[in-house]
Ligand binder design. Structure first.
Ligand code: FAD
Length: 396
C-alpha cells in the first residue's frame, strides 16, 4: 500500500482544520500544529454566505454545519442616525434558488466544533497543541516546519494557516506587520431574552452611521444574540480581544439614534479588537510551502467573508492536491485560482467600510438613495461572482 503524503498545517483555526478535513478526503495525512494549549474559537458569531455552504458540502460537513446554523431571512441595512430602514436584501427562496444554498449565521464555537469533530474522526488527521511554528526550511522535496523550542516536523507540503501574524507568511512574503485600520470593534454575545424585543429580528442587521456601525443577529437556536459595534476612531495599535467596559464602548456612539445606542446598553463582557488587514500579494507559494486563510489574505470584516474565504481556500488546496500528482503543479494551480478572488475581497471590504458602513453627510445620503433604489435581483446579480461558486472557478 502506498504511504499517504503528509501535509503539515501551521495553525488550528477554521482555515487549518477545514484544510485537514479536505485533505483527508483526498487521502492526504495532515499534522496540524497549533500554538495555543487548547483548540477553540472566540465566543462570537459569524455570517456565512452561500459560498460557505458550497464549501461545507465539498468538505463533507454540509449536514453538520447546517444543523448548527440559523437561517436568517434578510440582510437589513438601517440608518443609524434616523433609526429608519434604508433597505433589505431578501434571503428567501429566490435567493436560495439563485445561489443553490442559503445565507446563515452561526456561533464560531459551533462551526469550529463541526470541523474539530471531523478531524478527530479521521485517522489521517493529527492535532498537536502547544506547537508554535517559527519558520521553515526545505530541500526541493521535503519541508520542515521549525518549532519554538528548536525541534521540527517534516512533511511533503507546509500550509501556513496561522492567521494575521503568520510566521509562515513572514518568511514566505516578508511584508512585515499588518496594516492597522484605525477601526475599533467591540464584541458581545447576550442571551436572547436580554435583546430588546422589537429588535429580535431574523436578520443580519447593520446600523450604519458616521464613522460607526452596529451589527446584530441571532445565534445557536435563537438562544443568543451576537452584537458587534465598531467605530473608526483612528486607533493606532492592533488589539485582539482586550476586555472593555460599557463606558469605553458607548462614548463613540453618542451621535446616533437612541434606538441604535440602546443596543450597546444590552451588551455584557465587551471585548475590543483593533482591526487589521494587508495589501493583496500575488505570490503565495515558495517551493513546497504555501499560505491560506488570514495568513494569505487578511481582510476587514465588512464583506463578512474572511472565514468563508479560508474555507474556500481549504476546498481549493484539497482539490488541487487531490487532482495533481505533481505537488508543485498543484500549489501553482491553487495560487492561480485563489489570488484574484481573495484580493477582490480585501479591496472590496475596505470600500464597503468607507462607502456603506461609515459615510456621513452627502455621502450617506447618496448611499441611502442608491441602495434603497436597488431591487433584490440587482443585488443578486452583483453578488453572483462571490456566492455562485466554491472558489474553484465555478461561479456563474
Ligand atoms: C469582528 C470580525 C467579524 C468577522 N466576521 C466574519 C463573518 O461574518 N464571516 C466570515 O466569513 N469571516 C468573518 N471574520 C473573519 C474571520 O474571523 C477570519 O477570516 C477567520 O477566522 C480566519 O481563519 P484562519 O483559520 O485563517 O485564521 P485564525 O482564525 O486567525 O486561526 C489561526 C490559528 O493559528 C494559530 N497560530 C498563529 N500563529 C501560529 C504559529 N506561529 N504556530 C502555530 N499556530 C499558530 C492561532 O492560534 C489560531 O488558532 C470576521 C473577523 C472579525 C475580526
Amino acid at each position: 500500500m502506498a504511504i499517504a503524503r503528509t501535509v503539515v498545517i501551521a495553525g488550528g483555526g477554521i482555515g487549518g482544520l477545514a484544510t485537514a478535513v479536505g485533505l483527508a478526503r483526498k487521502g492526504y495525512r495532515s499534522i496540524v500544529l497549533e500554538q495555543a494549549a487548547q483548540l477553540g474559537e472566540i465566543g462570537a458569531g459569524i455570517q456565512l454566505g452561500p459560498n460557505a455552504f458550497h464549501a461545507f458540502d465539498y468538505l463533507g460537513v454540509g449536514e453538520a454545519a447546517r444543523a448548527k446554523a440559523v437561517f436568517i431571512d434578510k440582510l437589513r441595512l438601517m440608518d443609524a442616525l434616523s433609526g429608519e430602514e434604508i433597505t433589505h436584501i431578501p434571503l428567501d427562496e429566490p435567493f436560495r434558488a439563485r445561489f443553490r444554498n442559503p445565507y446563515a449565521v452561526v456561533h464560531r464555537g459551533d462551526l469550529y466544533g463541526v470541523f474539530l469533530k471531523a478531524c478527530r474522526e479521521s485517522d489521517l488527521v493529527e492535532l498537536r497543541t502547544s506547537h508554535a511554528v517559527t519558520g521553515y526550511e526545505q530541500d526541493g522535496k521535503r519541508v520542515r516546519a521549525r518549532l519554538r523550542g528548536g525541534s521540527a516536523i517534516e512533511g511533503d507540503v507546509l500550509v501556513g494557516a496561522d492567521g494575521l501574524r503568520s510566521a509562515v507568511r513572514a518568511q514566505l512574503v516578508g511584508d512585515g506587520e499588518p496594516r492597522v485600520s484605525g477601526h475599533s470593534t467591540y464584541r458581545s454575545v447576550i442571551p436572547t431574552e436580554q435583546m430588546p424585543e422589537d429588535l429580535r429580528w431574523n436578520a443580519a442587521t447593520l446600523w450604519a452611521g458616521p464613522k460607526v456601525h452596529l451589527v446584530h443577529y441571532p445565534l445557536t437556536d435563537w438562544k443568543l444574540f451576537n452584537l458587534v459595534v465598531t467605530c473608526h476612531n483612528d486607533a493606532a495599535q492592533a488589539v485582539a480581544g482586550e476586555p472593555a467596559n460599557k463606558d469605553d464602548v458607548r462614548k463613540w456612539f453618542s451621535h446616533i439614534a437612541p434606538r441604535a445606542q440602546q443596543i450597546i446598553e444590552h451588551g455584557q463582557n465587551w471585548k475590543r479588537w483593533v482591526l487589521c488587514d494587508r495589501e493583496p500579494v500575488e505570490h503565495w507559494v515558495d517551493g513546497r510551502v504555501t499560505i491560506l486563510g488570514d495568513a494569505a489574505h487578511p481582510m476587514l470584516q465588512y464583506a463578512a467573508q474572511g472565514a468563508c474565504m479560508a474555507m474556500e481556500d481549504a476546498v481549493c488546496i484539497s482539490h488541487m492536491l487531490g487532482s495533481h500528482d505533481d505537488i508543485d503543479a498543484a500549489l501553482a494551480a491553487y495560487q492561480r485560482q485563489r489570488v484574484t478572488r481573495t484580493a477582490r475581497l480585501q479591496v472590496l471590504s475596505r470600500l464597503i467600510g468607507e462607502f456603506v458602513y461609515h459615510p456621513a453627510g452627502a455621502m450617506a445620503l447618496m448611499r441611502n438613495a442608491v441602495m434603497s433604489a436597488m431591487k433584490p435581483a440587482e443585488y443578486y446579480d452583483r453578488l453572483t461572482w462571490l456566492y455562485g461558486g466554491t472558489g474553484l472557478g465555478d461561479a456563474q
